[in-house]
Ligand binder design. Structure first.
Ligand code: F6R
Length: 641
């Protein structure tokens, strides 16, 4: 069992006082990151396997696929290699498989399980059970009954590992699934297919059906651990843990299982009442961040601006001890108002010759060297186009570093268009012939050839240069880092490695910036932003002992995928209506990412629309809180290294 007290990072509650609150109907533990959490879960599985070995018993595991359990499997493989953990007594049953689906396909769960686990451990292949996606349609019903019977013959599942879909599915038990359902074929929900679309290179390639273990099958497991990572899962996890049991959210059936633990990271847990609004749950340790969060929440609840909040508002809404500590609503309100007011600046690089005590940035040096790190070749203008423009206008030495080539997000027809133009100009170029042929003969689940990747990367490079010239930066200040982790040719990227870190560190060492802007936009569905940020953080760690780093401040932006909460913002840069339009035009230069992009994520808006609406929304929120009425605000949070 996971030892909660030692391992969980409990926000706002001292260790030892952790209890599921009256809001929560499923035991859950929250880790600061999914790596530690996964390792902990892997260790629970390993202990179970070993304890069964001691008694000469089989260990029956129910296993899941998807992004959530990958790190757990990595740790199990590591334990097998380095610590001799043996799987010879393990019998496994996988939750599901697409239907129809051949084992050899890179999209099959059969392939996934062998790639991530079975090929690297000593499990007996005869003990591996994965629903067979090639069973004939008229044999499927009996096949599913037999799958359940086989689990039963082994004495049931000792341990079931689960992920959760945004629909609330476990396995592929989509909304509407019965609490008693057995293994069966099922039609996938549209949202599930949207989520799977990137790895299938488009929703049209995602199968419509699957075979899944039933809710009844899963619920008979003696122990269940569900993994939940990332902001995308936060709202469904709240509904599952705190909501009523309903077939609309099949994971809520787990409320009836007495030995289930949800293992979450902070992002995934952020909607839980005890984390989002802990003052509604019990006494809090009020630090500055929590007070700000609570006061802004109180404004929303009471529909009041900050300076209109009263003692009664605080007392009536679980914040009486904050009021007691803060003295009076008047003092708390003024502090909060000033804090927010001081985040606003039209001088993101600092205002020269001005008193900077309550400004977000330093006045000196007057002209700063700045690096804007952009994970993909358009995040700079999408997420901070207005601030970028101001930094250039205000005379700073602005560099942009595009961390990845962004090649996989260019569609084949876009690449073909450019290749054919080149062919028209130079009909005898064999290299271009090879590109055209490679695109025209590509199958839906194959990787792009190197030549095709190259032309796609170059399209994005030229779009970026067009945009940065429009903002007014010289080409020599634009750096295309083409970090190696990204160059897999598929949606799945490698983790950050030393080469990536070294490339980023070298650029920082060359420029010796006073300001670094980086994407802290961790809801990016492909994880590229996270890896890019990891590379920057690791580079900063390596460089921090150099004197020039004492003058380097790091600002994190968001915008392409989500936005900072108001209480997190430490610098808010206003934009006039004209600047909003200029930012829009800069985004338009990224034509390959317009009018229906390859990887839309779960936000169906175009990137320029998202950016405008998010910036507008931040401005409105400031205004409703009682601050000035701007057309748009770009928001930043400082990172201290
Ligand atoms: C996978 C499975 C699914 C996934 C769920 C979450 O075998 O049955 O229920 O666990 O869709 O997927 P990820 O982990 O990719 O977010």
């Amino acid at each position: 069992m996971i030892k909660t007290k030692e391992n969980i990072s409990i926000q706002y509650q001292p260790a030892g006082q952790f209890e599921d609150t009256r809001f929560e109907k499923i035991h859950n533990v929250v880790f600061s990151n999914s790596d530690d959490a996964s390792i902990c879960v892997a260790h629970e599985i390993a202990s179970l396997i070993k304890s069964k070995q001691v008694n000469d018993e089989l260990c029956v595991l129910g296993l899941a696929t998807g992004s959530s359990p990958i790190r757990v499997y990595e740790e199990l493989v590591r334990m097998h290699r380095e610590e001799g953990l043996s799987f010879t007594n393990v019998v496994s049953f996988n939750l599901d498989e697409y239907y129809p689906m051949v084992k050899q396909s890179v999209h099959s769960y059969y392939y996934f399980m062998h790639q991530h686990l079975f090929d690297h451990i000593d499990i007996n292949p005869d003990n591996v059970n994965i629903p067979n996606g090639t069973v004939l349609a008229d044999e499927l019903h009996q096949y599913c009954i037999d799958y359940d019977l086989k689990i039963k013959e082994y004495g049931g599942l000792d341990f079931q590992l689960l992920g959760i879909g945004r629909t609330g599915h476990i396995g592929f038990n989509e909304p509407g699934s019965h609490y008693n359902s057995g293994t069966r074929s099922i039609t996938l929900d549209h949202i599930t297919r949207v989520d799977a679309a990137p790895s299938f290179l488009g929703i049209d390639n995602v199968p419509k059906k699957a075979i899944t273990m039933g809710i009844g099958t899963v619920k008979k497991a003696k122990r269940i651990v569900l993994l939940g990572w990332g902001a995308n899962k936060a709202s469904i996890l709240k509904n599952t843990i705190e909501g009523e049991i309903t077939s609309e959210v099949p994971a809520t059936y787990l409320q009836e299982h007495s030995n289930t633990t949800f293992v979450l990271n902070e992002e995934a847990a952020k909607e839980l009442t005890r984390i989002k609004t802990p003052w509604l749950v019990g006494p809090c340790l009020w630090d500055e961040e929590l007070s700000s969060k609570a006061i802004i929440w109180l404004c929303g609840l009471t529909n009041k601006s900050i300076l209109r909040l009263t003692d009664k508002d605080y007392n009536d809404n679980g914040m009486s001890n904050l009021l007691a500590e803060g003295g009076s609503a008047y003092d708390l309100n003024i502090n909060m108002f000033n804090k927010l007011q001081h985040t606003i600046t039209g001088w993101p690089g600092g205002k020269p010759n001005a008193d900077d005590i309550s400004r977000p940035e330093r006045a000196t040096p007057k002209r700063k060297r700045v690096i804007i790190f952009s994970p993909h070749p358009d995040d700079d203008v999408i997420s901070m186009g207005g601030t970028f423009d101001r930094l250039v206008e205000q005379g700073h030495d602005v560099h942009v570093a595009y961390q990845t080539s962004g090649n996989i997000a260019v569609s084949d027809h876009e690449a073909l268009k450019f290749a054919e133009v080149l062919k028209d100009i130079n009909p005898n170029d064999f290299y271009i012939d090879a590109i055209i042929k490679s695109i025209n003969t590509k199958k839906s689940d194959t990787e792009d050839s190197l030549e095709v990747r190259k032309i796609k990367g170059l399209i994005r490079k030229r779009e970026s240069l067009a945009a940065t010239r429009f903002v007014g930066v010289q080409d020599e200040n634009i750096h295309f880092l083409n970090l190696p982790f990204y160059e897999t040719g598929t949606v799945k990227k490698n983790p950050v490695n030393q080469e990536d870190i070294d490339i980023v560190a070298q650029l920082i060492a060359d420029i010796k910036p006073h300001q670094i802007y980086a994407a802290g936009d961790l809801a990016d569905p492909h994880g590229t932003h996270k890896v890019c940020l990891d590379a920057i953080f690791a580079a900063l760690e390596n460089l921090k002992h150099n004197d020039y780093m004492d003058d380097c401040w790091v600002w994190l932006y968001r915008g392409a995928w989500h936005e900072w909460d108001i209480h997190q913002i430490e610098m808010a840069v206003p934009m006039s209506p004209d600047q909003v339009l200029k930012k829009r035009k800069a985004i338009f230069y990224h034509q390959s990412q317009k009018d229906g992009v390859m990887f839309q994520g779960n936000d169906t808006r175009e990137f320029w629309v998202r950016a405008e609406e998010r910036n507008n929304d931040t401005a409105q929120k400031y205004n409703v809180l009682g601050l000035a009425d701007y057309a748009a605000l770009e928001a930043f949070k400082r990172y201290h290294f």
